[in-house]
Write a protein that binds this ligand. Structure first.
Ligand SMILES: [Zn+2]
Ligand SMILES: [Zn+2]
Length: 298
């Protein structure tokens, strides 16, 4: 039976107060972190950023769970999804639903975060007032049925906020024992959870705002997507967004040799050690050689 779901207007009147409170608190704590630098804190933030942003959001939520650009054993899928929960961008089910709607209705009034509705809206306004990340069950069932049928994904999506809490406790313990003071533990939490989280959020949000506004366009897609090297550097390769909108299922976003794509290299690594298979990659350079050869022959 076809599941018919009428998507609501994305700019709903309902203000997401809880989201607002947490995003504001995280920003205040992140500013506090800047006064407590240490090399250990910086390393803690880099490692958690990499786990959450690259393994979790980029490889897990986006390339594996949303677009199914490769396959992994279940335990790897759950592990990447767990890394994604550290990124505090809701659970996989909400994230995948939102992102599949973004691809299905890009730059229309149903797109959860199109800059055509305002740059600030596309960047972060949409999580405070929109229906996105808070969809009802019928919408989740329509757009993420694969995950909705999986009890482990349902459980992780429900309690996604627990991962940063547990990570915070671990960082507090590590920071305290390294510095010999409880304050050292606290500052490591400021860096590894709060500051890292704020940087991680804005990096992801820039993919929704900046890479639909600024950068180059290799493919004439119907949307405004762009390739932006700066955003790609901040997001482990997610900034090659015009390539991605042209070939959404491709697990490889950086198509030319100079388009550095860390997430793709890691997926290739997983394939090499036998933890990823059926990896689909759009092969731009081969296709280009073919086109050149055909032109020469003509
Ligand atoms: Zn997009
Ligand atoms: Zn996508």
């Amino acid at each position: 039976m076809q599941n018919v779901v009428e998507l609501k207007q994305v700019k709903s009147d309902q203000i997401q107060w809880v989201t607002m409170f947490f995003v504001a608190t995280f920003h205040i704590m992140a500013i506090g972190a800047l006064f407590t630098f240490s090399w250990a804190n910086l390393i803690a933030a880099m490692i958690t950023w990499w786990i959450a942003g690259s393994w979790g959001i980029g490889m897990g939520y986006h390339r594996l769970l949303t677009h199914r650009g490769f396959k992994t054993p279940k335990f790897v899928e759950y592990f990447l999804s767990l890394c994604g929960t550290l990124g505090l961008q809701s659970g996989a089910i909400n994230w995948v639903t939102t992102h599949r709607i973004h691809h299905g209705f890009t730059e229309t009034d149903k797109d959860p975060h199109s800059p055509r509705n305002g740059t600030y809206w596309a960047h972060m306004g949409w999580i405070f007032r929109g229906t996105a990340q808070n969809q009802d069950e019928a919408t989740q069932m329509r757009y993420a049925p694969d995950l909705m049928k999986d009890p482990v994904h349902r459980l992780m999506s429900k309690y996604y906020w627990m991962t940063p809490v547990i990570a915070g406790v671990i960082l507090f313990t590590v920071g305290s024992s390294l510095s010999g003071t409880l304050f050292g533990g606290f500052t490591m939490v400021l860096w590894g959870i709060f500051l890292r989280q704020v940087i991680g959020w804005h990096s992801t949000w820039l993919v929704n705002s900046a890479t639909h506004l600024w950068g180059s366009r290799r493919f004439e897609t119907r949307d405004d997507s762009r390739n932006n090297g700066l955003i790609a550097a901040l997001t482990f390769g997610e900034g090659w967004h015009n390539n991605h909108h042209a070939y959404p299922r491709s697990a490889k976003h950086g198509l030319a040799w100079y388009e550095f794509d860390v997430n793709w290299l890691q997926i290739k690594f997983l394939e090499k050690i036998g933890l990823a298979k059926d990896v689909y990659a759009y092969n731009f350079e081969d296709k280009h050689d073919e086109a050149d050869a055909m032109q020469k022959a003509a």
